[in-house]
Every structure is written in structure tokens, then in C-alpha cells.
Design a protein around this ligand. Structure first.
Ligand code: PLP
Length: 450
């Protein structure tokens, strides 16, 4: 990469003066000035290049600057760069058709949004109107977005500041054997007890008051906890029994991330509503949406759907989605995620776990992996306390700094690092990233007590 410290300093100065950043104490952050990106890499103005093992925020499923997608956006901009949502527009029609072809079951109608949170907002609104009920159940250890309903569904500390108790959301524990809320010792026990716990929650909340259960198919930011066999099928059955709408949030897990088009395919379940965003067009232009079942779509056949967005199905975003889905098909990106996951990432991480005492558990599939870092493998005490900041978070900060120093941009959440590179990552890139993790984990090992 080209070095231009002066340009970098100007970008940084204007950022610090005028950009108000998400989720941050504005005076305590130091954002890296990025000069460019291509494929699985990005670089700064100082000549440092990083292998992006975070895929941005887990959205660049085809990497940066794919020439075919860039060309499709340019072409759409030249042809029809924008248009109001009430019209039938080629890019929008085609994107909806290609998405509906891939979504499971009869989820064949697509409501477009600008991102994941708006998709969740609208899925909940649809479920409430369809059922005439208000309460919505969601899991602890989840993330569903930053807008009011989505953040209130979220089961992590990001909700706390926005939760005033009026959102109609109720939280329950999903299955997670490694840190079992149910004292389970096997996947089968975890599954049965988690389903019983959900049944009990529903019984005590009042089944006739519950509009929807919203779950990430495989919870992402909260730790990539693949549900045990039978869990999601069990939730489906519970929803059917009580007339509750089943919403699967595939914003992070969808579009190839898990080595399938949608994570729901691993479990053979079909929700009533499915939310998506991120990988649908690799985030090249903001886009999200809700895939809607025939039954729920019918509710709004004669009765207007009371929701909308100026940029619903924006032509530039939809053209990017059409091009992205074609590229993924032509280049076998979903198959690549499954293959590299199974043949390079999984064995590579297992090998790291043998040598690094800070690795408590590795879990995942495709290009969707988490390393649960611990102080002590026996007790499974997390390497840093839940929601740690400052000095208490120093071990994870040291791990992150070691990754970056060695040219790897990691995804870090609490005591975990996630291995979530682009789904079209090459074998050589995956190995390069694993080698840096090997070095950086030694920094984490220093904080183990065993
Ligand atoms: N749902 C899930 C599962 C997510 O991972 C995210 C973002 O990380 C969202 C919803 C929110 O999406 P957005 O940030 O595009 O609003």
C-alpha cells in the first residue's frame, strides 16, 4: 500500500472533529483511518495492511470491491440511481425474485429495508398485526439491532440504556451447552431443558398474549452458539401449538456465512418470517429485508400494511444484491465457505486449542467461528468478566493489539474472538489468519491462571 500520512491525518482530524461514532464514548476512541480495501484485505495511510477476519461487521461475504458488483452499482447509477418504493423497478423486482428463490419454504414475498434493525422492526410489526397480540419473546445472548424494538429484543448490555420496560419484550435462555443455563451435560439434555424452559416462560407470560418468538438461527455477536439438533424444530412446534409467529433473524448468519445460503437449512426449519441484511449484497449499499410466508403475506392482501421506508428496495442496493447473488452462484462462494470452514478453519482452530490454554472452546461452521477464551479451562471462567471495560478488559485488549500488530483485523466481543472472514476467503488467506491468531493467543495465554 501507498503511504500518505498527511492525507490520513486529515481524514482522522475531520472524523474526530465531526463524526459521532456508534456505541462509543466519543472522547475515548481512536478510529483507524482507512485508505482502501480489496478482497479480504484493507489498508491504512501508513502502509499497514490488514487481513479482515471480521468481514467489516460480518457483512463483506464476498470481500471488498468485487469488480462485478462495483460495475453493477455503477451501471445502475447511470441507468436509474433512485426511485420511489411504490413503483415496480427492474433491480428491485429481480433482487426480490433471487432472494425469494433462496429463502426456505413459502417465504416468497420480500419487504425491503435499509438494514437489519429495520428488518426486525418490521417483522415484529407484521407478527403483532397478524396475531393481534403484543408480547415478543427473544433470547438472552442475542443481538437484533439498534432501533427501539430491535434493541429491546437484544439480549446483551447494549439493550440496558434503551429498556424502559414498555417494549413488550420478554427474554428467555436459549441453549448453550458450554455455559449451560440448565446445568446440562449433553446436547440432548440442553435441548430438552431449553425447550421446557421456553414452554414454562410461555405458560407464565400467557400464550394468548405472545405475538412472536424471535431468534437468531445461530446467535452471532453473542457467541456463535449452534443450537443442538432438535431445538429449532422444537421451537417451531411450540409456535405452531400456540399460534405464535416464528421469526428467524438471519441478518448475520444468512447468505453463505454458515456454508449454506441460510443457517436454517442446517436444521431443516422454516420460520414464518426471516430477517436478512449484511451478506445480501455484502454491505456495498445498505440493504435489509423481511422474507414473508404466504400466510402472513395474505393478512396484508386486502388490508394495507402500515409500515414503509422512503428507500425500501433502493435501486442501487438492489442492483448490488442482484450482482452479489450472481457472483456467489458463479464463484461457488457458499460452497467455498463450507469447504474452507471444514478443511482449513476447523482443523486449524482445533490445532490452536491444543497449544493455547486460553482457548476454552471453539465452535462454529462455515465462515462463522468463535473462540471462547478463558482464564482456566477447568472452571471455564471467561478470560475477562462479562461486559468488562478498562483495566478489567486488558487481556482481550492485549490479544486484539497483538492481532493488529501482526496484520490481522480481529472480531472481538467480550471474552471471545470470532473467526468470520469473507466467505470467498482463499485457503492461503485462512492459513495466514490462523498463523497470526497463533501468535496473538500467546498474549492471551499469559492471562490464564491454570
Ligand atoms: N440482527 C442480527 C442477527 C445482527 O447481527 C445485526 C447486526 O449485527 C442486526 C440484526 C442489526 O443489523 P443492522 O446493524 O444492519 O441494523
Amino acid at each position: 500500500p501507498h503511504v500518505d500520512s498527511q492525507a490520513g491525518a486529515a481524514v482522522k482530524a475531520a472524523d474526530r472533529a465531526h463524526v459521532f461514532h456508534s456505541w462509543s464514548a466519543q472522547g475515548l476512541i481512536d478510529p483507524l483511518a482507512v485508505a482502501g480495501a480489496e478482497g479480504s484485505y484493507f489498508w491504512d495511510y501508513e502502509g499497514n495492511r490488514y487481513l479482515d477476519f471480521a468481514s467489516g461487521l460480518v457483512f463483506t461475504n464476498i470481500g471488498y470491491q468485487h469488480p462485478k458488483v462495483v460495475a453493477a452499482i455503477q451501471e445502475q447509477a447511470a441507468t436509474l440511481s433512485t426511485f420511489a418504493p411504490a413503483f415496480a423497478v427492474e433491480a428491485r423486482s429481480e433482487a426480490a425474485r433471487l432472494i425469494a428463490e433462496r429463502t426456505p419454504g413459502d417465504l416468497d414475498k420480500i419487504f425491503f429495508t435499509n438494514g437489519g434493525a429495520e428488518a426486525v422492526e418490521n417483522a415484529v410489526r407484521m407478527a403483532r398485526l397478524h396475531t393481534g397480540r403484543h408480547k415478543v419473546l427473544a433470547a438472552y445472548r442475542s443481538y437484533h439491532g439498534g432501533t427501539t424494538t430491535a434493541i429491546n429484543l437484544t439480549g446483551d448490555p447494549r439493550r440496558w440504556a434503551s429498556d424502559n420496560g414498555t417494549s413488550g419484550t420478554v427474554h428467555f435462555w436459549g441453549p448453550f451447552l458450554y455455559r449451560s443455563p440448565f446445568y446440562a451435560e449433553t446436547e440432548a439434555q440442553e435441548c430438552a431443558r431449553a425447550l421446557q424452559h421456553l414452554e414454562d416462560t410461555i405458560a407464565f407470560e400467557g400464550p394468548a398474549a405472545i405475538a412472536a418468538i424471535v431468534l437468531e438461527t445461530i446467535p452471532g455477536t453473542a457467541g456463535i452458539m449452534t443450537p443442538p439438533p432438535g431445538y429449532l424444530a422444537g421451537v417451531r412446534e411450540i409456535c405452531d401449538r400456540y399460534g405464535i409467529v416464528f421469526v428467524l433473524d438471519e441478518v448475520m448468519a444468512g447468505f453463505g456465512r454458515t456454508g449454506k445460503w441460510f443457517a436454517s437449512e442446517h436444521f431443516d426449519v422454516v420460520p414464518d418470517l426471516m430477517t436478512f441484511a449484511k451478506g445480501v449484497n455484502s454491505g456495498y449499499v445498505p440493504l435489509g429485508g423481511v422474507a414473508i410466508s404466504a400466510e402472513i403475506a395474505e393478512t396484508f392482501d386486502k388490508r394495507p400494511y402500515p409500515g414503509g421506508l422512503t428507500y425500501s428496495g433502493h435501486p442501487l442496493a438492489c442492483a448490488a444484491a442482484v450482482a452479489t447473488l450472481r457472483v456467489m452462484e458463479e464463484e461457488g462462494v457458499v460452497e467455498n465457505a463450507a469447504r474452507i470452514g471444514e478443511t482449513v478453519i476447523a482443523p486449524g482452530l482445533r490445532e490452536l486449542a491444543e497449544r493455547h490454554p486460553s482457548i476454552g472452546e471453539i465452535r462454529g461452521t462455515g465462515m462463522f467461528w468463535a473462540l471462547d477464551l478463558v482464564k482456566d479451562r477447568e472452571t471455564r471462567e471467561p478470560l475477562v468478566p462479562y461486559n468488562a471495560t478498562g483495566e478489567a478488559n486488558a487481556p482481550m485488549a492485549a490479544f486484539g493489539a497483538a492481532c493488529k500488530k501482526n496484520g490481522l483485523w480481529p472480531f472481538i466481543n467480550m471474552n471471545r474472538t470470532h473467526v468470520v472472514p469473507p466467505c470467498n476467503v482463499t485457503e492461503a488467506e485462512a492459513k495466514e489468519g490462523l498463523a497470526v491468531l497463533d501468535t496473538a493467543l500467546s498474549a492471551a495465554d499469559e492471562h490464564t491462571t491454570a
